[in-house]
Design a binder for this molecule. Structure first.
Ligand SMILES: [Zn+2]
Ligand SMILES: [Zn+2]
Length: 362
């Protein structure tokens, strides 16, 4: 089976022919139809997100169930599914409280393996790991049934794939984590795959002002198309005074950081008003963050966001319903499609900010 494997940090990903076992108890074999090229996979390449190697990358996929293992009840062969990178168990303390994005069973499992602690991939007898449960940079993947979210068969699978990571993470960071209220003001730092969807989420939630901050004019233009009412190119200026002048001098109700660098973590706090919420989504730097504590004064709140605080089995089908209703834009997000063999080129385009989303189609 053809898969894109990361063998060594900071080296090109290798499209390799690897061996795959079928699904075991509670697992599902999915033929991957499409997979988005997500920045978090690139973080695995650089080691910013640390994973056991070698690993089949890919965390944003959709496909068709080919085969199910013993005891699988949630899907059947032929079902179209989004691959969720949190296989929410449904009965742990977080799942029962409605925070299935933080499922304890999933978090306590061994990184890079399935629930039984083993993997389904090998090359020359050597174990290859699964990235983020999903491992969608491959023709086929074996996932826990809890990661298979059934969807309507009429939804094109390349669009559905995006809902597997960036759309849900960004959109729901605005609607679920921040709980953006109608008529409010929202600043989004970073207009990549996550940030653009946070902008969509804020706009759909009824924010009056959605202010996008980035360093590239082309990305800010894209942000406008997806619902930003104002844009700030912060290459040569401090965005905070601009944000304040757009928000009655007080700062925004919400700021969403979708980059993962200390400068913008701090700017997100400076951008909000007293009682405002700063949401950090970006994968954090390993560098310590030094803050003057007073900038949190006035009961400002900071919260991180995992998978947009989404309940995948509930939120993903609803996001697709919004797509079908013409409210959520997915077609516009796909700026380029690639073959699996072009994965390293797709990463380069991502790093250069040349694509809203690159999608690999099988
Ligand atoms: Zn992702
Ligand atoms: Zn759980």
């Amino acid at each position: 089976m053809k898969a894109a494997v990361l063998y060594e940090l900071n080296q090109p990903v290798v499209v390799d022919d690897i061996d795959m076992e079928g699904p075991k108890k509670g697992e599902v074999l999915v033929r991957v139809a499409a997979t988005g090229v997500c920045h978090s996979c690139y973080h695995a390449v650089t080691g910013k997100i640390s994973y056991p190697l070698p690993v089949v990358l890919g965390d944003e996929g959709a496909g068709i169930v080919e085969e199910v293992g013993e005891g699988v009840t949630l899907v059947k062969p032929g079902d179209h599914v989004i691959l969720s990178w949190v296989p929410s168990c449904g009965y742990c303390i977080y799942c029962t409280q409605g925070y299935s994005n933080l499922c304890l069973k999933a978090r306590q499992s061994e990184r890079g393996s399935l629930f039984d602690g083993t993997t389904r991939y090998k090359k020359n007898g050597k174990t290859i790991h699964h990235y983020a449960w999903v491992a969608s940079f491959a023709e086929y993947t074996v996932i826990p049934q809890e990661s298979a979210i059934p969807i309507d068969k009429e939804i094109p699978l390349d669009k559905a794939a995006l809902v597997g990571c960036s759309v849900t993470t960004g959109f729901c960071a605005a609607t679920n984590t921040a709980q953006v209220r109608p008529g409010s003001s929202v600043v989004v730092f970073g207009t990549g795959g996550i940030g653009l969807n946070a902008i969509q989420g804020a706009a759909v939630a009824g924010a009056e002002k959605v202010i996008a901050v980035d360093l590239l004019d082309a990305k800010l233009e894209m942000a406008r198309q997806l619902g930003a009412t104002h844009t700030i190119n912060a290459s040569n200026l401090d965005p905070i005074p601009e944000i304040q002048s757009l928000t009655d001098g007080l700062g925004a109700d919400y700021a969403i950081e979708a980059i993962g660098v200390n400068v913008t973590y701090e700017q997100a706090i400076r951008a909000i008003r007293p009682r405002g919420k700063a949401i950090w989504i970006g994968v954090p730097d390993r560098e310590p963050l030094s803050l003057e504590p007073g900038i949190l004064g006035g009961e400002k709140m900071v919260m991180t966001s995992t998978y947009g605080s989404a309940r995948p089995r509930d939120d993903m089908p609803r996001l697709l319903a919004l797509y079908r209703a013409g409210v959520l834009r997915l077609d516009e997000l796909i700026s380029r499609t690639y073959q699996l063999e072009e994965i390293n080129e797709a990463f380069e385009d991502l790093l250069n900010g040349e694509v809203a989303r690159g999608v690999i189609q099988f």
